[in-house]
Design a protein around this ligand. Sequence first.
Ligand SMILES: [Zn+2]
Length: 123
Amino acid sequence: MRRLTKEIRVYRDPDDDRKFIEWCEAHPNGFVFNCEIRDGEPQPYMLHAALPKLNELAQARLGRVNDLCYSFRNEGNPSGSGYRDNLTTGPNPKVVSRCLEALEKRYGCQPMCPYCQRWGWSR
Ligand SMILES: [Zn+2]
């Protein structure tokens, strides 16, 4: 994890997957920019809620009311983590903040994730 500014953290280093998940769980009202790597730097392309509300089916199945975005989860992961492998260390690092303004000031506005949006989440 690298602290880019007081408000912004970047998760892209080895062992960051676990730390990223922990950050989301500790900041249910936080924001995540999913990124691709361009010229060696994370370039955001989509905005997610840190911990969007689950639909009723997923709530019953997972036994909780919110969780990381559907696009980050993999309930069948053989490791039992419940999440995709290489969430942050593959080609898609994550930039996070409790403050959406701070993210948008630095990176510009990004489109909202359709999965996060589907369960009623809005910025
Ligand atoms: Zn999402």
